[in-house]
Design a protein around this ligand. Structure first.
Ligand SMILES: Cc1cc2nc3c(=O)[nH]c(=O)nc-3n(C[C@H](O)[C@H](O)[C@H](O)COP(=O)(O)O)c2cc1C
Length: 316
C-alpha cells in the first residue's frame, strides 16, 4: 500500500483533508492515527481567525456547503499547542497554510521549516470563503508567485492546493509545477449557493459557500485526469471520497494519493474504511501494489506527457 508523494514515503495513500479533521487529536479516540498515510491539518494563518458568523454550513443534495472562513488558532498557538501532539505520531504531517499576501505565505513556510515534525506544506491558494483567498489560485501568474516564494522560503516539500473554480485547471497546474511544486492537491471546494425558501434569503450569511462531498466527485476526477496528462508532478486527489472504490477512481485518473474530507463529518472512521476498501479492490483484482493503479485509466497515447511512470497494468 506504500506510495511516495513529494519525496515523502507514506505507508498508504490515504490522507485527511484540511479543515475536516481538526488538528488530528480530535479524532484520536476513534482510531489509531498512525494507520493514516498522512495527516493534513486545518489551514493555519499568520494570526488567529475566529471564522465567519454562523450558520456556516448548509446541507445540499449529495454534499454540503460551508463557509467557515478559515477559523484557526494561528501559527504561534499551532506550533505551541497543536504540533507537540502531532509530532508524537509516526504518520507524516502536512501543514496547510494560507497567507493574505505572497510574503505572508513565505513567512508561514519559514516558520514551519524551523519546527520539528513537519513533513511538508500544503499551500491553500484556493479557499473560496475568505476575501482574496481565491484570487491566488484562479490566476496563473499569482499562483506562480505564491508557489515560487514558498519554494524559496523552505526546504520542505511544497504542495499547492488548487481551486476548481477556474475554466482550465491545467493552466494553473502548469504554473504551480513551473514554480517548483513537489506535488499538487486537487480539488478544493466549488463555489455554490443555497437559498432558504421561508426567509427567501441565502442560507449562508455570506450568500455563497464551498460545495464538497459526493456531488463534486465527478468534477474532481475529471480535473485530476486533465492535470495528470499535462504535468509530471504527482497528484493528491480530493473530492467526495466516501469509500475505497471512490478513492480507486481517483488513483485510476492519475492521483498517487487521496484525501478524505466531508466523509469525516458523516463517519469519523471514514479514512480507515476508505483504506480497507482500497485494499479489498487490490485483492479482488489481483494487483500487487497500489501504485499499479495510478493513472491506469489514462490512454497510452498521452502517457508519455503524464505523471504516470509505471507501465499500464493489464486487466486481470
Ligand atoms: C467544513 C470544511 C472546512 C474546510 N476547510 C478547509 C481549509 O481550512 N483548508 C483547505 O485547504 N480546505 C478546506 N476544506 C476543503 C477540503 O479540504 C476538501 O478540499 C474539499 O472539501 C473537497 O473534498 P471532500 O468532498 O472530500 O470534502 C474544507 C472543507 C469543508 C467541508
Amino acid at each position: 500500500m506504500g506510495v511516495e508523494i513529494a519525496g515523502i514515503p507514506l505507508k498508504n495513500p490515504v490522507m485527511t483533508a484540511s479543515g475536516t479533521f481538526g488538528y488530528g487529536d480530535e479524532f484520536s479516540s476513534f482510531f489509531d492515527l498512525n494507520a493514516l498515510g498522512a495527516i493534513i491539518v486545518k489551514t493555519v494563518t499568520m494570526h488567529p481567525r475566529p471564522g465567519n458568523a454562523p450558520p456556516r454550513i448548509a446541507e445540499t443534495p449529495g454534499g454540503m456547503l460551508n463557509s467557515i472562513g478559515l477559523q484557526n488558532v494561528g501559527i504561534d498557538l499551532f506550533l505551541k499547542q497543536k504540533l507537540p501532539f502531532l509530532r508524537t505520531l509516526t504518520t507524516p504531517l502536512l501543514v496547510n497554510i494560507a497567507g493574505k499576501s505572497v510574503e505572508e505565505f513565505a513567512d508561514l513556510a519559514k516558520r514551519l521549516s524551523d519546527a520539528e515534525g513537519v513533513a511538508g506544506i500544503e499551500v491553500n491558494i484556493s479557499c473560496p470563503n475568505v476575501a482574496g483567498g481565491l484570487d491566488f489560485g484562479t490566476d496563473p501568474r499569482l499562483t506562480y508567485e505564491v508557489v515560487r516564494s514558498v519554494r524559496q522560503a523552505t526546504p520542505l516539500p511544497v504542495i499547492p492546493k488548487l481551486s476548481p473554480n477556474v475554466t482550465d485547471v491545467t493552466v494553473i497546474a502548469r504554473a504551480a509545477a513551473d514554480a517548483g511544486a513537489d506535488a499538487l492537491s486537487l480539488i478544493n471546494t466549488i463555489v455554490g449557493m443555497v437559498i432558504d425558501l421561508d426567509s427567501r434569503r441565502p442560507k449562508l450569511p455570506g450568500a455563497t459557500g464551498g460545495l464538497s462531498g459526493p456531488a463534486i466527485r465527478p468534477v474532481a476526477v475529471r480535473m485530476v485526469w486533465e492535470v495528470a496528462q499535462v504535468v509530471k508532478t504527482p497528484i493528491i486527489g480530493i473530492g467526495g471520497i466516501m469509500t475505497g472504490n471512490d478513492a480507486v477512481e481517483f488513483l485510476l485518473a492519475g492521483a498517487t494519493a487521496v484525501q478524505v474530507g466531508t466523509a469525516n463529518f458523516l463517519d469519523p472512521l471514514a479514512p480507515m474504511k476508505v483504506l480497507a476498501g482500497i485494499e479489498s479492490y487490490l485483492t479482488l483484482h489481483r494487483f500487487a501494489a497500489v501504485t499499479q493503479l495510478v493513472g491506469a485509466a489514462i490512454p497510452s497515447e498521452t502517457r508519455s506527457k503524464s505523471n504516470v511512470h509505471s507501465p499500464r497494468p493489464k486487466a486481470k
